[in-house]
Design a protein around this ligand. Structure first.
Ligand code: PGA
Length: 253
């Protein structure tokens, strides 16, 4: 049985006061609505990670970073290493989020290095994959997701990949209000699980959690979660609203 995983990606939002306030409300609320039946994690901006981690230290809500660099230390101005994130209480890290791929310009190769460095540094990465609208319209979804997954996991053993979560986030559904239908999402989630079975083994494919992300809201989360290969949700906009995020958590358990 795969435990439902609800992740809140705050992106470049909140401030020093509202980040802690949001985290505290999510911690008390999620215990009420889901107990320990779901994995819940929040991904605040780098500068608020430490204060959010402190505020959540006695709770069951985990903290993750939105990005990480692929080296452990040295002359990499502006970057943050896996050990630094671990040091301040992070458990998870997003790798290859679509905004990093398409706004910042990260390549599959860099993302692969980040995933490997995160795992070696003791973090649990969430590798994000997903096609652009133009790629979906050109019937290239399968090809794009396969490439991102194979390249993202290049050189990683099954043991390392067991630390991983995967998130399928069609780029055209992120922040657009246009959610993939549960069937569209399920089709790709199933493709991802089959790829893991092919690249590694059936047991790992059964165990790995695959999240869906892209305009998840309280109104569509239950339907998405009812699909067989959707094990959780990566929530952007709606994770900044306590009531919305809590009702999404409630719908997942
Ligand atoms: P959204 O973002 O829920 O605002 O579409 C999802 C994400 O980017 O992870």
């Amino acid at each position: 049985m795969r435990k439902p995983f609800i992740a809140g990606n705050w992106k470049m939002n909140t401030d020093s006061r509202t980040s802690v306030q949001l985290a505290e409300c999510i911690a008390s609320g999620s215990l009420e609505v889901a107990g320990h039946r779901a994995t819940v994690a929040v991904f605040p901006p780098f500068v608020y990670l430490q204060s959010v981690a402190r505020a959540l230290s006695a709770s069951s809500v985990a903290v993750g970073a939105q990005d990480v660099y692929c080296q452990s230390n040295g002359a990499f101005t502006g970057e943050i290493s896996p050990s630094m994130l671990k040091d301040i209480g992070c458990t998870y890290v997003l790798c290859g989020h679509s905004e990093r791929r398409h706004v910042i310009g990260e390549t599959d190769e860099l993302i692969n290095k980040k995933v490997a460095a995160a795992i070696s540094g003791g973090l649990l990465p969430i590798l994000c994959v997903g096609e652009l609208l133009s790629e979906r319209e050109a019937s290239q979804t399968k090809e794009v997701v396969t490439r991102q997954l194979r390249n993202g996991l290049a050189g990683l053993t099954a043991e390392k990949v067991s630390a991983l979560t995967i998130a399928y986030e069609p780029v055209w559904a992120i922040g657009t209000g246009r959610t993939a239908t549960p069937q569209q999402a399920q089709e790709v989630q199933n493709l991802v699980r089959n790829l893991i079975a092919e690249m590694y083994d059936g047991q790992l494919a059964e165990e790995i959690r695959i999240l869906y992300g892209g305009s998840v809201k309280p109104g569509n989360s239950a339907e998405l979660m009812s699909e067989q290969d959707i094990d959780g949700l990566l929530v952007g906009g709606a994770s900044l609203n306590v009531d919305d995020f809590l009702s999404i958590i409630r719908s997942a358990v």
